[in-house]
Structure formats: structure tokens, C-alpha cells
Design a protein. Structure first.
Length: 350
């Protein structure tokens, strides 16, 4: 605390991102990055963009990328909003599309950035408990609210909510925006993007950080009715007109133009997830059914904290949360076959 700080800053409780250790040769399975890396075409496109045009500001509206994403999903560019990672898109959503003064609903347990945005904008957040099997129950999202947000699949549980249940939540809240955060949708779930023309209150957020292996480039986007997108543009243009730089715009566009690479990465993660799930079960873990690029798993006898520590001593980093209901669990990002083998071997030795 400092006498120079605004009182608003004194009260902030910021988000703490997962660790990015500096040591080389770690088996890094802690922050849900994609182990297969970006398409070589993305790297080429970024290199081609390293030219004198860097002296010019980028396109503030990202027209070309929005058109590409719109075509990909059979939508119109005015239904797409771009941001510097989906974290930034979510920040603008909390500011511009939730009814301040009324409580926002999100699951307990979920992505820990949501309560942080509530704190930043002084919005009340109601944490809606998951069921005993760690699922979202649509019935619990029928109470009065100023907006609803949940990831699908949820994080860090990995559990997926079928679109018929997403629709139930949308129908229960016709006058409130329902945000489906689809950071992990490409690993086996069905996207709610197909519903945006039917529900003017639906906003879907996606990222290029996971299935498209571009966490370092920082590109996310929201898809919804043009009326919702207009609100997000107003917020963006009151904050930073150029959230995406020229390299990010070029790289993101190339990622959408290499469908074969995208499919290969998703298939690779899904098949490794199924293999790892079986291997963990054989090692006496209970593994929650996941449609994400990670699994949440609990050993029947050994504590999550001691297993995470034991793995770390072998250079294998997984995530352990000191949170009620999941403190016994490990959240393990799906790695390459070699990384997953190292994890299995490491766990066997503990
Ligand atoms: N939503 C969820 C549920 C996430 O887990 C993450 C990644 N930490 C994000 C959004 C943000 O992803 P990014 O800012 O990299 O697009």
C-alpha cells in the first residue's frame, strides 16, 4: 500500500496466473498450453509481417481477421469482437454487458479470473456450487441476476455441459447476457456459436491460446449478436483502440487458414487425454470426465499437494489448487506422448 495509490487499487485482489518457470527441460503440464506448437504457416506469416509496416498502427478493427473468423463459423464480421487474449475480451464483457448493481452468476468452482473482474468493476458475484459430480446444474441459473458466465468445458474440472442445457440457461435469462467461455471447446465439445443467431442474449468467447497453440500471441474473440458486439467495441475504444498488433493479426489469420494443423493438434490432445485417463485410473486415480486439454484427477490415498511436490522434484510441473473441494486433486495439462509417459513414470515412483 502506498500514499500514491488510488484507494481503488488498495482494494484489488489480482489474478495470479500459473507459474512460467525459467528452467529448461521441464515437463510443463501446469498452464494448459498446447504441447504441439503453432502451425509453421503461422510462424511464416509473422516473419513476413516483420517489415517497415511496423511503423504504422495496426487495423484497429482487425477487419481481415474478423472476416476470416466469421467465414469459418458462417457468420458476419459484425458478430465478431477481437481482444488481446480472451482475458481481455472477458474484462470488456464484465464492464460492458453485465448489469452493474445486480449479482453475476458463475460456478463455484470455475476460472478464477471471474471474481477478479467482479472486484475490479465492483460487481457482486454469486458463486453457484457445482453438483456432487462437479457438473453445472442449469436449474441453479434461473435466479435473478445481472448476467451469467461459465466456461464450457468448465475449468479446472474439464466437465462439459451439453448444448441443450446451455439453451436452458439462455431461455431462463432472456433479458440478461449469458456468456459461454469456450477456451477449451475444441477438444471434443460442441460450440454454442451455432446458437448465436437464435439467442440475442448469447455471447461466446473463444481463444487461440489452446487448440491453436498461440498462448504467447494473445488473441481471443467473442461471437454474438451485433448489438452485443457494439457494446464491446465501445468499451474497447474507451480503453485501447489497438488491442491486436500487426504480428498477432497476421499470425491469427494464418492459424485459421491451416485447418489440417488445427485438426491434428486437437486429435493428438484428445487421444493422449484418453490414454492418460486410463493410465491414471490404473494408478488408482479418480479422473473427472474431461472434454478439455487437461484432466482433474485425485489419488485415492495420496494427497494432491504431496504428489505435485514429488513430481516437481523430478522436473514435472502440474497444477495443485488450495481450494475447497479440489485440494486433493491435480490438474494435469495433456502433453506430448513423451511428456505424458514421463508423468506416468513420475507418478509410479511416488
Ligand atoms: N477462460 C478460461 C476458462 C481459461 O482457462 C483461460 C486460460 N487461462 C482463459 C479464458 C484465458 O485465455 P487467454 O487469455 O489466453 O485467451
Amino acid at each position: 500500500m502506498s500514499k500514491f495509490w488510488s484507494p481503488l487499487v488498495n482494494d484489488l485482489v489480482p489474478y495470479v496466473p500459473g507459474e512460467q518457470p525459467k528452467m529448461a527441460n521441464l515437463v510443463k503440464l501446469n498452464t494448459n498450453e498446447n504441447p504441439f506448437g503453432p502451425s509453421p504457416k503461422v510462424v511464416e506469416a509473422i516473419k513476413a509481417e516483420l517489415n517497415d509496416n511496423l511503423r504504422l498502427y495496426p487495423d484497429p478493427e482487425g477487419e481481415s481477421l474478423r472476416q476470416t473468423i466469421a467465414n469459418y463459423h458462417s457468420l458476419k464480421p459484425e458478430q465478431i469482437f477481437l481482444g488481446n487474449g480472451s482475458d481481455e475480451v472477458l474484462a470488456h464483457i464484465f464492464y460492458g454487458l453485465f448489469q452493474h448493481g445486480e449479482p453475476i452468476l458463475f460456478p463455484d468452482i470455475t476460472y478464477s479470473f471471474y471474481p477478479v473482474y467482479c472486484g475490479l468493476y465492483d460487481i457482486e458475484g454469486i458463486k453457484v456450487p457445482l453438483t456432487d459430480s462437479f457438473e453445472i446444474n442449469p436449474e441453479d441459473y434461473k435466479q435473478a441476476n445481472g448476467g451469467v458466465i461459465f466456461p464450457n468445458p468448465n475449468a479446472p474440472t474439464g466437465r462439459y455441459l451439453g448444448l441443450e442445457h446451455v439453451e436452458e440457461i439462455l431461455r431462463a435469462n432472456p433479458d440478461r447476457v449469458v456468456v459461454v467461455d469456450e477456451a477449451y471447446i475444441d477438444f471434443g465439445g460442441e460450440s454454442a456459436i451455432t446458437l448465436v443467431d437464435d439467442y440475442p442474449n448469447l455471447l461466446v468467447s473463444q481463444t487461440l491460446s489452446k487448440a491453436r497453440s498461440l498462448a504467447g500471441l494473445r488473441v481471443g474473440f467473442a461471437v454474438g449478436n451485433p448489438d452485443l458486439i457494439e457494446a464491446l467495441n465501445r468499451v474497447k475504444n474507451s480503453f485501447n483502440s489497438y488491442p491486436l498488433d500487426r504480428l498477432a493479426l497476421a499470425g491469427a489469420q494464418a492459424a485459421y487458414e491451416d485447418e489440417a494443423w488445427f485438426q491434428k493438434c486437437c486429435d493428438g490432445v484428445i487421444s493422449e487425454r484418453e490414454r492418460l485417463t486410463k493410465a491414471l485410473a490404473e494408478l488408482d486415480f479418480e479422473v473427472l470426465p474431461s472434454k478439455a486439454n487437461f484432466v482433474l484427477a485425485r489419488h485415492k490415498a495420496k494427497s494432491g499437494e504431496s504428489l505435485a511436490q514429488g513430481l516437481r522434484e523430478q522436473g514435472i510441473i502440474v497444477r495443485h489448487f488450495n481450494k475447497p473441494r479440489i485440494e486433493q486433486f491435480l490438474r494435469i495439462t495433456i502433453g506430448t506422448p513423451e511428456q505424458n509417459d514421463a508423468l506416468i513414470k513420475g507418478l509410479k515412483s511416488l
